[in-house]
Every structure is written in structure tokens, then in C-alpha cells.
Design a protein around this ligand. Structure first.
Ligand SMILES: *Cc1c(COP(=O)(O)O)cnc(C)c1O
Length: 231
């Protein structure tokens, strides 16, 4: 054990550094520029103090998946220059509130949510979330709903369509699932040539996501450490 490591292993700065190096490696292997990738550190269940530490380490993009928790942290940390990415299921009745702090919403999965977000006064980056499983209970729109949903976002006065988002199914090779996502991204780009973003890749599958064109990586545990106990 070195002096910078505790009994629990490397600290936050080192875990962040290792992840940045891992992302740069995966980018080079895929013949891509690390600068074209956005690292979003998912801080759900961790206290605002950890987000503050991350900010001091140069992190600008943070992700949350529960509205109340995200709202409270965004408020507490409003002195920092952070971009809040909402990556979880968003209830229609919470949409308006989320629109006040969210820089981006990665979980646009139904037209009603698009409509609920339409009357805010800030522009928000929107990612259409696609369900890569056959289970309609998982998050995301079904692949046959992609075009209608993307069109709806394009008509919205407040949402700016950036691209697609997905979580790899547990029961499938991530590389195969992300290859399918890339095809869905192509479909969205036929409607909206500027919607080139692909939000994909988490702690255990970010390299596969990068190989399949991911532009926005949502990384939690590898950087933040294990999430505190929650119910
Ligand atoms: C929690 C979460 C992540 C980060 O997951 P890790 O495996 O901890 O990296 C990414 N995306 C979504 C939608 C999440 O809910």
C-alpha cells in the first residue's frame, strides 16, 4: 500500500485518473479521438460533498437518476460550474421541475414526456432512450417508436435533439447490443443529421460502447466507489 492509498484502495482522484486513462486507451484502440468523448460521472446515492470533490478534480458533467436527489444536489452546488445530466426514469409530473436544473435529459422515452418538457424557458439537450431488450418494463422506447419520438423532440421549442441513449441488457454481449444501438442512431440521423450523440457505456462496458461509437459515457462506481447502502 502506498501513502496515497487507504485500506479501501485508491482514492477518488486516482480512480478518476484511471478511468480517464482507460477511456483514452479504448478510444485509441477504436481509432477515435479521446477529446470527442464526454465523461459523465454518475453520482447517484453519493452526497453532494463527493460531487464537490469531483468538481475540484475538473469534472464538469455529472449524472443523476432520481429527480428529488438531483434537484437537491443541483441546488446545494449551484455555486459550481456543473452540467447536470438526468439519466433515470422521469415522471411526467416531475418534468417541469427537472427542466429547471437539467442541462441534458438522457431518458426521453415517450411523447408525453416531450410535451411536458416543452413549456420550460431553458434549452435542454435531449437523448431518446431506446430499450435494447424485449421486456417493455425496462426503460426506453421500443425501436419501432424511435422515429415518432425523435420527430416529437424536433418539434419541441425547448429540447435540442442530441441523439440516442441506451443501457446494455444484462443478458447479452454489450458489443452486440451497442452495435444495434449504432443502427438506431443512424435512423435518428436520417431525420436529424446533427443528432450524432450516442449516450452508452457504464463501468463494465464502456470500452465496448466506445468501439461502437458512444460519445457520452455514463460512469458511476469505477470512479465514485461503491454506492452507499440504499433501500
Ligand atoms: C447508475 C447508472 C450508470 C452508472 O453505472 P455504473 O455501473 O455504476 O458505472 C449509468 N447509467 C445509468 C442510466 C445509471 O442508472
Amino acid at each position: 500500500m502506498t501513502s496515497t492509498e487507504s485500506a479501501e484502495g485508491p482514492g477518488l482522484a486516482e480512480r478518476l485518473e484511471r478511468m480517464r486513462a482507460g477511456i483514452a486507451d479504448a478510444a485509441r484502440r477504436a481509432d477515435r479521438e479521446p477529446d470527442d468523448l464526454t465523461l459523465i460521472v454518475v453520482t447517484k446515492f453519493h452526497p453532494a460533498s463527493l460531487v464537490r470533490e469531483l468538481s475540484a478534480l475538473g469534472v464538469r458533467d455529472v449524472g443523476e437518476n432520481r429527480h428529488q436527489e438531483a434537484q437537491a444536489k443541483a441546488e446545494e452546488l449551484s455555486d459550481l460550474d456543473l452540467r447536470w445530466h438526468f439519466v433515470g426514469q422521469l415522471q411526467t409530473k416531475k418534468a417541469r421541475q427537472a427542466a429547471r436544473y437539467a442541462h441534458a435529459i438522457h431518458s426521453i422515452d415517450r411523447e408525453r414526456l416531450v410535451d411536458a418538457l416543452a413549456d420550460g424557458d431553458r434549452e435542454i439537450d435531449a437523448f431518446v432512450q431506446i430499450n435494447l431488450t424485449d421486456d417493455p418494463g425496462r426503460g426506453g422506447a421500443a425501436p419501432d417508436e424511435i422515429e415518432a419520438l425523435a420527430e416529437r423532440v424536433l418539434e419541441s421549442p425547448t429540447l435540442r435533439l442530441r441523439g440516442v441513449m441506451a443501457v446494455a441488457p444484462i443478458e447479452e454481449e454489450p458489443a452486440r447490443a451497442f452495435a444495434r444501438l449504432r443502427g438506431y442512431s443512424d435512423r435518428v440521423r436520417t431525420l436529424a443529421p446533427n443528432a450524432t450523440a450516442i449516450s452508452a457505456g457504464m463501468t463494465h462496458d464502456y470500452a465496448e460502447a466506445i468501439a461502437e461509437g458512444a460519445t457520452h459515457l455514463r460512469i458511476g462506481t469505477a470512479i465514485t466507489g461503491k454506492r452507499p447502502e440504499h433501500g
